[in-house]
Ligand binder design. Structure first.
Ligand code: 3H9
Length: 689
């Protein structure tokens, strides 16, 4: 039985037990309908507490059902039957009441929540809108502006905030169930509150709607669900309850089958599977109770903060006392920033900082479980660090290098117990960015690899295994992005047009704006290293800009001009002249947004296919996660290779070949041609042990 009924005097306690997250499957909906009827008919029951077993209250509709036709009873009927029951239902919320879970709670007469609970309508994150009255009941309870924030943003709020908004009636510090039963006993003596469906909705004016529509559209960047959700809330505020719920349901069903919803579901399940790769099933990770970071620069400090946020004590090692001070100050600044943004309190920041020990003495690492090196990207410097770590650390301590471009096999050469060595590629700022590329060397043992994935889980990051090559998965594709962006400049497009097209595609910023923000010097340094290796990286304009000192915002100019204290990019005459010089003699053409996006994105698909062919990425979905969590690729497109599959692999081959015939891209690789024939990407994942 998924639903059980117990009795506490005249109070019936309905407990849902549908692991892992009490999702509202068809069977559960059916049982709930039956339970409502049973309890309505039971004269000994005066009120009902709805509680859940396990880690959470109902976390929503069962997302697994979304790819299939809806089967009755539908959730709106379940919510209506609870709301229309003669006896008051009290939702006892622990964990998360999300989506359909919160909609069920809104059908209840009251909501009592554990202090640690969170409540939200995250449907837009799955490309849909609430489909069981959420957009119609929530504004009636907490007002339109607060409902707009919750529904179009999709983020959950804590029980305390929910109480302030009137979304929950009581917050309980401990023993939720007893408190909910006591609440129900009292509630059964009072007249029932008016059901939300019968309440009026506070009015807001047209200015509110036009202002909010603009704000939601700007934030959505091509994602359709937030604006459709807003339209539902507007309908709720302007039409009667039944018209509004019908409109909401129609919108829900329309979006449920949409391309964006399918893409977002693909990402939803990919993210949850990421930390448990099938090839590591049954491999136990090592215990990590303490960590150290070597190097307190931007990356090192970010990693320290990420480890502290996850509760690990951290030793920060730097070269000398002055560098230790600077490193600690960098970490301190990160926590201060979190306090300023309201993410943590000053007390929490102080506690996190007090868990960081700064030292220049490697002897402090004698009993550390995990050491992450994050010093300058120089092979000699990194090797020197690992020589010291070899002597200072326990033989079973895991030693990791955080490198973006160097070869971890070379960094770890000569290390004692090389099976404990691994690459962990964090993305900057490391305490914020979700992606962690995990790079095993030829000698890394499976349990050390599994520990990398366990660490990612602990840090709340999305881990992706990457093989060794220049740039691993993400930066290797990034190089293609940049090459294509420059090719476009040499054939008639401007930096403004390229960046605008990529924003229109859904990226938070275009390749040139991004380079100005991060600095052109880093990539120039990598190109220099590549030339020393005998390679011929292509960046005629970028190289020229760096040679004349235009390295981005930090030099007040890069691909764009900037004014003092104004970070808005302005087209630059200097850059236009450099482009014109580099483009001399090349044929020029007009580029629209779609053609620009194709000329950048499709060669990235080509490179990603090579990455799969070489086994650098094990699965197409891994590339998707890398692009979404490391590079801002629009989530609602499902990631680079999901987008490619939806777009059509044969069409991509044709476009690439057209671009290649004009010298504007590499031709489609064999792997992509094969994928086009098969209708899917062939991956080596199955052969990896
Ligand atoms: C909705 O409700 C629409 C309505 O308006 C309907 C109208 C008609 N369904 O995240 P975890 C699985 S839309 C099916 O690692 P945590 C998940 O795949 C829905 N399965 O746990 C994983 O499976 P596995 C709105 C689900 O403790 C396992 O549960 N609701 C669902 O870190 C554990 O997941 C949401 O969007 C689901 N709804 O976090 C809530 N949810 O172990 C989405 C989870 O086999 N869920 N699973 O890989 C969450 O945010 C988190 O799961 C939660 C727990 C915070 C609840």
């Amino acid at each position: 039985m998924t639903v059980t009924i117990t009795h506490e005097g005249t109070i019936a306690v309905v407990t849902i037990d549908n692991p892992p997250v009490n999702a509202l499957s068809q069977a559960l909906r059916q049982e709930l309908m039956e339970v409502v009827s049973t309890l309505e008919a039971d004269a000994t029951v005066s009120a009902v507490v709805l509680a859940c077993a396990g880690r959470t209250f109902i976390a929503g509709a069962d997302v697994n059902e979304f790819g299939k036709p809806p089967v009755p009873p539908h959730l709106p009927e379940v919510v209506a039957s609870i709301e229309n029951a003669k006896k008051p239902w009290i939702a006892a919320i622990h964990g998360s009441a999300l989506g359909g879970g919160l909609e069920v709670a809104l059908g209840c007469a009251y909501r009592v929540a554990a202090a640690s609970a969170s409540l939200g309508l995250p449907e837009v994150k799955l490309g849909i809108v609430p489909g069981a009255g959420g957009t119609v009941r929530l504004p009636r309870l907490i007002g339109v502006p607060a409902a707009v924030d919750m529904i179009t943003g999709g983020s959950a709020i804590g029980a305390g905030k929910a109480k302030g908004l009137g979304l929950v009636d009581a917050v309980v510090e401990r023993d939720l169930l007893s408190a909910a039963v006591a609440f129900a006993q009292e509630a059964s003596q009072r007249p029932r509150p008016q059901p939300l469906s019968e309440r009026s909705i506070p009015m807001v004016d047209d200015v509110f709607w036009s202002h909010t529509e603009k704000a939601v559209a700007a934030k959505a960047r091509g994602e359709v669900a937030p604006l459709r959700a807003l339209a539902c809330i507007r309908m709720a505020s302007e039409a009667d309850f039944f018209t509004a719920t019908a409109f909401e349901r129609e919108t829900f069903l329309d979006l449920r089958g949409s391309v964006q919803a399918a893409a977002l579901r693909h990402v939803f399940f990919a993210e949850r599977a990421a930390s448990r790769p099938p090839e590591l099933a049954g491999v136990a990770p090592r215990d990590i109770h303490s960590a150290a970071v070597i190097g307190g620069g931007t990356m090192g400090a970010g990693i320290v903060a990420a480890l502290r946020d996850a509760g690990l004590p951290v030793v920060l090692v730097e070269r000398d006392p002055a560098a230790v001070e600077r490193g600690l100050a960098n970490v301190g600044q990160i926590f201060e920033g979190s306090v300023k943004r309201g993410r943590i309190t000053a007390d929490v920041a102080a506690k996190r900082m007090s868990g960081v020990i700064g030292t220049a003495d490697y002897g402090a690492l004698a009993d550390t479980d995990l050491v992450i090196e994050a010093v300058f990207e120089d092979l000699t410097v990194k090797r020197a660090v690992f020589a010291q770590l070899s002597k200072a650390c326990r033989a079973d301590a895991i030693l990791a290098t955080n490198t973006s471009y160097l070869d971890p096999d070379e960094i770890g050469e000569g290390l004692a117990q090389p099976e404990r060595f691994i690459g962990l590629h964090f993305f900057s700022p490391a305490h914020v960015m979700k992606l962690l590329e995990i790079v095993p060397t030829g000698t890394t043992s499976p349990d050390v690899l599994a520990t990398g994935f366990a660490l990612a889980r602990l840090l709340g990051k999305i881990p992706v295994r990457a093989g060794i090559c220049d740039g691993f998965i993400g930066n290797r594709i990034l190089k293609v992005t940049r090459v294509q962006a420059e090719r476009l400049l040499l054939s008639g497009a401007t930096p403004t047009a390229v960046d605008g097209a990529m924003r229109a595609f859904g990226l938070p910023m275009g390749p040139f704006e991004a380079q100005d923000l991060g600095g052109l010097d880093i990539a120039a340094f990598q190109r220099k290293a590549a030339r020393e290796r005998g390679e011929m990286p292509f960046a005629p304009v970028g190289d020229r800009l760096v040679s004349i000192g235009r390295i981005g915002q930090k030099s007040n100019g890069g691909w764009y001009d900037y004014q003092l204290d104004d970070r808005r990019p302005r087209p630059s005459h200097t850059v236009a002249a450099v482009i014109a010089e580099a483009a001399a003699g090349r044929s020029q053409q007009a580029w629209d947004k779609t053609a620009i996006a194709d000329a950048i994105i499709l060669p990235m698909v080509n490179e990603a296919t090579r990455i799969l062919e070489e086994g650098i990425a094990l699965r197409a979905v891994d590339v998707d996660l890398v692009k979404i969590h490391g590079y801002g690729f629009p989530r609602w497109r499902g990631g680079l290779l999901h987008y490619a599959s939806v777009r059509g692999l044969s069409e991509i081959v044709a476009v690439l070949d057209r671009l290649a015939s004009k010298g504007l891209a590499d031709p489609a690789c064999d792997g992509l041609r094969l994928a086009a024939r098969l209708g899917r990407f062939a991956t080596p994942a199955s052969s990896v042990g």
